[in-house]
Design a protein around this ligand. Sequence first.
Ligand code: HEM
Length: 474
Amino acid sequence: MSTLSVREATRRATQRVKHSDIEPPKDRNSTIARPPGISSLGLIQGFRKGPDVLDLFVADAKRHPTLSHTRLLGEHLYFLNSPDAILTVMHTHGKETIKGRGLQGAKALLGNGLLTSEGAVHLRQRRLVQPAFHRDRINRYAEQMSELTVIHEREWQDGKRVDMVQDMSALTLAIVGRTLFGSDLSGDAGRVGEALSTVLEGMGQRLIMGPAALRIPSPGRRKAVMAAAALDEVVQRLIDTHRAGGDQDDMLSMLISAQDEGSGMTDEQVRDEAMTLVLAGHETTAMTMAWGWLMLATNPVARTWLTDELDQVLAGRNPSMADLDSLPRTRATIAEILRLYPAAWVMGRRLLTDVEIDGWQIPRGAICLASQYVQQRDSRWWDQPLAFRPQRWLTTDGDFDETAPGQPRGSWFPFGWGNRRCIGEAFAWTEAALILATLGQRWTPQLVAGQSITPNPMVTLRPSPALPMTLTRR
Ligand code: HEM
C-alpha cells in the first residue's frame, strides 16, 4: 500500500488528469449538418453492458459504411467506418489531432507519458524514448524474453488448470519488468501486478467518462487512486536506485540518460514514461497471447499447421530472435489473433482542424473513433471474417506478409496509425513470437469444458469472464 493519504493520492491523480498540453477545443456547432448514427441512449446502454458495445459498433458500420455521428456527454462523436475515413483522420491529419477524452482519465496513472502527452511535448518525448526500441536493443530484450518464458514454463505442469489471462499477464509483466527496470522489479512484481489490475479495473468503467470520473467518490475510485500511488512509489524507488547506480543496460537507464539538445527528462517525466511502458507494454501483449491460446485450442487445423512449422524449424530447442524469419506461420498466427481480438480495440482522436469525409464537414473539436475490432472483422475486406485462418497472411511463396495480402490499407491496424503509432510494435512482435514458439511447440492448452468466453471491451479487449484452461503437454 501507499504511504499517502487517500486525500493526497486523489489530489495528485486529479492534478494529473487536469493537465493538458493542448487545451481540447469544443465542437459547439449547432447548425451544421451531421450524418445519422447510433442514438446516445443506445451507446450509453451498450457501454454499460460491456460486450454489447462491440455489436453496436459493428451494426453501425454495416448501416453507415463510411461515417456516422452520435452525441455523448456533451461531445460530438463520429465513427470512422471505412479504411479511407480512418486514414484521412489518423494518417493524413494525424498531427492535427489530439487524443480523445477516454485517455484523459488514464492520466491519473500514466501522467503525461507517450500515450497521453500531445504536440511538441509528445514529439520530444517520442524522440527521447525511441532509442530504447532500436533493433539492436530489441535483440538484447529478445534474449531476456526467451529466458523468462523458459523460467515461466517451469510453472506449467501437465493437467494444471490456470486462468490464462492471469498466467500470460504474469509472464508479460515479468518481461516488461526485466527489460525496463533490469532485475529490480522481481521483488515488487506481485505488488505491481496487483496494483495494475486494480487500476485497470477501476479505469475500465471510466473510459467514456474521462476526467469526470475522479470527481465522483466511490470505493472503486479510492482503490484505483491508492493503487496508482503505490505504483508511483515503486517506480520512484527504481528511478532513485538507477540514478545512484549508473547505467544498468535496461530501458530505465536509457530514459534517465536520454538527452535532447542538451537536456534530459525530469524525474516526473521518467516516471510517466516508465509507467506508460509498463502498462502499454504488458497488458496488450498478455491479452493477445491469452486470446491466442484460446484460438489454438478451438481451431485444431490452425494448431497443427503451426506446430508442424515449430517441429520442423526448432526440433525441440528453444527459439531465439534469429529463428523468427524462419517462422512465417508463427507470425501469421499472431497477425490473425491481432485481427480477430485486437487488444487495442478502439482509438479516439479530437480534431484540431475541420476535416471533410464523404462530403460531410467534421468540425474542429469533434471526436473521431476508429475501431480495429470493427474493421478487422468486416466482410467488405475479409473473406470469412470470423474464421480463424492464419493461412491468409502468407504469400503464395509461403512468406509472411504483414500487409495482409489483398486487403485495403487501413483494414488492419492493431498498432494504430500515423504519428501515434505504437512505439513498442517490434518489441511486441518479438515477444509474442518467442512466447508462442517456445510454449506452443510443447503445449496445447485446452479450454475447460462448458465455458463461454466473450470479448469484453475494457481498456483492452479482455476474455470474459475469465479464461480457465488446462495445460496439456503435446
Ligand atoms: C500486441 C501488443 C500491442 C498492441 C496491440 C499495441 C497497440 C497500440 C496501439 C493501437 C497504439 C496507438 C494508440 C492510439 O493511437 O491511440 C499504441 C501506442 C503505444 N504503445 Fe503499444 N501495443 C502493443 C504493445 C506495446 C508494447 C510491448 C509497448 C512497450 C513496451 C507499447 C507501448 C506503446 C506506447 C508507449 C504507445 C504510445 C505511442 C505514442 O503515442 O507515441 N505497446 N499501442
